[in-house]
Design a binder for this molecule. Structure first.
Ligand code: SF4
Ligand code: SF4
Length: 297
């Protein structure tokens, strides 16, 4: 079986316990204003172009049979996206990684072989293993099921990083083969959620309760974005207090490092401008701790 991915990251230490390999699947149903992986949102391939790093060497001009790249008489590189058919050839010849191609079809066994290269590291780090992430990996539920099934056959610890805006049928496919869910919780108030992500959160809250009711371990990820969802701390705490299998809560301070990536992909930059102060994050963590939750440092 084949799926559509955009990256495989080895030695990941923030995507679940221990040392892990994270497989990033392409496509996401939400449009979070603060998304730091804009290349993950679209289901189709994309070509990133970091114009400010281009040396006008001309390799891409020669590689592209569509005429999408030209160097003008002043030596300036002009990239005409309307001519690009997303074949990806230019990215393979660009010497400075100015061009990056996001999106690749991959076979289950190809990914399993890649993940297994680091098996010794998973074994010697506590609960290390493999994480499926995105985008929203569960937009490709059959592919996720096939991958996770194979990882369990190899006795690997498995985690699924999800925004929760998926069908119950998709969840049911992966639940038997998933040791830990990394579950994004952006807001409890539906209007706040809609404003921040473009979607209502009823399905997300239902799915969270559903996974919890099945006794599956869940780590909550709360991206803290001042002026958007910073008023949700107590509401999130109240909901989580009523659940039984929340292993811990991670408050993730918003950052705007992805700004260059939006530009390189010719996507509208929706990143908020205000970065949270350390004290604000510590306050949010302390509120959640005082509500009896285990909160990551
Ligand atoms: S991806 Fe292919 S068609 Fe698009 S600019 Fe590069 S070489 Fe040309
Ligand atoms: S190959 Fe890369 S560095 Fe060379 S002109 Fe094209 S984008 Fe610029």
């Amino acid at each position: 079986m084949r799926g559509f991915i955009f990256d495989i990251k080895h030695f990941a230490v923030h995507d679940g316990p221990g040392i892990r390999t994270t497989v990033f699947l392409k496509g996401c149903p939400l449009k979070c204003l603060w998304c730091h992986n804009p290349e993950s949102i679209g289901k189709q391939s994309q070509l990133g172009f970091l114009e400010h790093k281009c040396t006008s060497c001309g390799s891409c001009v020669r590689a592209c049979s569509s005429g999408a790249h030209t160097i003008d008489s002043d030596g300036k590189h002009i990239f005409d996206r309307s001519k690009c058919t997303l074949c990806g050839k230019c990215a393979t010849v660009c010497p400075g990684k100015v061009l990056t191609y996001y999106g690749k079809e991959a076979e289950v066994e190809e990914i399993v072989a890649d993940v297994l290269k680091d098996k010794d590291f998973y074994v010697c780090s506590k609960n290390g293993g493999v994480t499926l992430s995105g985008g929203e990996c569960l937009m490709q539920p059959d592919f996720c099921e096939a991958l996770l099934k194979r990882f369990k056959e190899e006795n690997l610890h498995t985690a699924v990083d999800t925004c929760g805006f998926v069908s119950k049928a998709a969840l049911d496919k992966v639940i038997p083969y998933t040791d830990l869910f990394l579950y994004d919780l952006k807001a409890i108030d539906s209007d706040v959620h809609k404003r921040c992500t473009g979607q209502d959160n009823a399905v997300i809250l239902e799915n969270l309760k559903y996974i919890d009711s099945l006794g599956k371990s869940i780590e909550i990820r709360y991206p803290y974005v001042p002026g958007f969802n910073d008023g949700e701390v107590r509401k999130i705490g109240e909901l989580l207090k009523g659940l039984s299998n929340i292993t811990r809560v991670k408050v993730l301070p918003y950052h705007n490092y992805a700004s260059t990536k939006y530009k390189s992909l010719d996507m509208v930059d929706t990143l908020p401008t205000v970065i949270p102060a350390d004290a604000e994050i510590e306050e949010a963590k302390s509120v959640l701790r005082d509500m009896g939750l285990c909160v990551a440092d």
